[in-house]
Design a protein around this ligand. Structure first.
Ligand SMILES: Nc1nc2c(ncn2[C@@H]2O[C@H](COP(=O)(O)OP(=O)(O)OP(=O)(O)O)[C@@H](O)[C@H]2O)c(=O)[nH]1
Length: 309
């Protein structure tokens, strides 16, 4: 049994989980197993994807390009032995993963024989690239792009043609001649992701020196009643410390409707969550930022303000 592997890469908040969500909900007849790497201690992405498919495996609390390398290979070996075996495996990297390292690991001859890496797709959030032009020089971002067989510009619903063309040109400077597609809400045909047509023969990518600062993560949980109004007041103060926040909260104002909070850079959204926080908690929040900029004491103090005493 040979089970092809799709690797989904891209920066924090680029839209990887949204893509996987759509793929798992619309698999086009394929049985797809998803391996999801959440950098933080709480597997928010895996929990959310678990609501659309049973075949979701979580690798949390580390990064599959470094500390969880062995776990990834062991997980793949176990997944392909499932009965019935999946038709394909999709791996969602964490936004801080360097796919070059993961690809090198997936080239392990024992794994490659049974679970060959077929496609690497890298997602780019055009708005983020436009807001932060320095990203183009970021070693991790460049490595994510260079590893790609093709690139997906996400969130195209939010941007006009001129911006998308500008971003295409930026991507083209790092990855000349790459196939670039624009998507919205993760909608992409599974045939595109699992087709072999667009690939050059795979060679392990050259490792780029990673000069990006290391990342850090903080998990904040609560069992106490929380105020939505106060949460909205502190969000703006949290943003400068973080690159990404995601989590599920239950607010006293809406006790029957859990809320999914997502923020990428300074843009935050609140939406109904398909599931409540785990373990009877009222909040499970994961905050990711650059090490040194993520001040645990300050974040704890800010979030402490949303507790209704
Ligand atoms: N409007 C719009 N929002 C999107 C789209 N794709 C993703 N989002 C939103 O962008 C935010 C981040 O999306 P995710 O899919 O969680 O991003 P991710 O790459 O999995 O994030 P990490 O795993 O934390 O790196 C969420 O609030 C999504 O709802 C899109 O096509 N359009």
């Amino acid at each position: 049994m040979i089970v092809p592997v799709l690797l989904v890469a891209g920066s924090l908040g680029a839209g990887k989980t949204t893509l996987l969500n759509h793929l798992l909900a619309n698999p086009d007849g394929r049985r797809i197993a998803a391996v999801v790497n959440d950098f933080g201690a709480v597997d928010i992405d895996a929990q959310l994807l678990g609501t659309v498919s049973e075949g979701v495996i979580s690798l949390k609390n580390g990064c599959i390009c470094c500390s969880l390398q062995g776990d990834l290979l062991r997980t793949l070996s176990a997944v392909i032995k499932r009965d019935p075996a999946p038709d394909a495996i999709a791996i969602e990297t964490s936004g801080i993963s360097d796919p070059a390292e993961i690809i090198r690991n997936l080239m392990d001859p024992v794994i490659f024989k049974v679970a060959p890496l077929e496609t690497v797709v890298t997602l780019v959030d055009p708005q983020r690239l436009r807001d932060d032009p320095d990203l183009e020089q970021d070693a991790l971002w460049r490595s994510q792009l260079r590893a790609a067989d093709f690139v997906l510009l996400t969130k195209s619903d939010l941007l006009d043609r001129a911006v998308l063309d500008e971003v295409r040109a930026i991507v083209g400077r790092t990855k000349p001649q790459s196939a670039i597609f624009e998507i919205a809400h993760g909608v992409v045909a599974p045939d595109l992701l699992f087709s072999r047509d667009m690939r050059a023969p795979r060679t392990p990518p050259r490792q780029l020196p990673t000069t990006s600062e290391p990342f850090a993560t903080i998990t904040w949980t609560s069992q106490a009643p929380l105020s939505l109004q106060r949460f909205q007041q502190v969000i703006g103060q949290l943003a400068p410390h973080t690159l990404r926040i995601k989590g599920i909260l239950l607010f006293a104002e809406h006790p029957a409707q859990p809320i999914l909070f997502q923020s990428v850079a300074t843009r935050g959204t609140l939406a109904p969550s398909p599931l409540p926080p785990a373990d009877g908690l009222t909040a499970q929040l994961v905050l990711i930022g650059r090490a040194g900029e993520l001040d645990a004491g300050e974040i704890d103090e800010l979030l402490g303000r949303i507790v209704v005493s």
